[in-house]
Write a protein that binds this ligand. Sequence first.
Ligand SMILES: [Zn+2]
Ligand SMILES: [Zn+2]
Length: 183
Amino acid sequence: MSSVIRIYNSSEIKSRTFDSFSTTLRNVFSVPVSVANVSLNLEDAFDGGRDQYNSTAILAKVLNTFDTRNNKTIVVVDVDLYIPVLTFVFGEAQLDGSAAVVSTHRLQNQYYGLPKNDRLMIERLEKEIVHELGHTYGMYHCRDYECVMKSSTYVEEIDLKRATPCPTCQEYLKQSIAGKNTA
Ligand SMILES: [Zn+2]
Ligand SMILES: [Zn+2]
């Protein structure tokens, strides 16, 4: 049973920003949320040839660095993430596991040559945090383009989503959490 969500902020974002996420997270996952600033050394995950960071290596680091028993641990970074089969990823999570990572790197308008928009970036980050945590709770991708569990390749697709699951995914989550509690 996972009783807490822990957010470890290893990005430039101010930690009080995460206070606004906590309400959403508590509503979706029905667990307490804690936020702490950390400084993660991501050197091991860096690929000089791609000039990017391997998100799977970062997940391994999260599992090695933090006590992830009885909680879901998500790390927020600002470096460009990839997995070998894809050009980039916004984040990665262990399906039905305890660790996840998201990056602000490609959530920022400046990355696309557009004017900086912190409010938009924060909205995108909130959705990606809920999405990756959803995977740690065993949730799969959804076809509803407004559902937070829809997989996004482009930021425009993130902008179309809500920060919460569709009723079907929310019900799946509820069953999944209830099943674990009685197991
Ligand atoms: Zn996903
Ligand atoms: Zn859905």
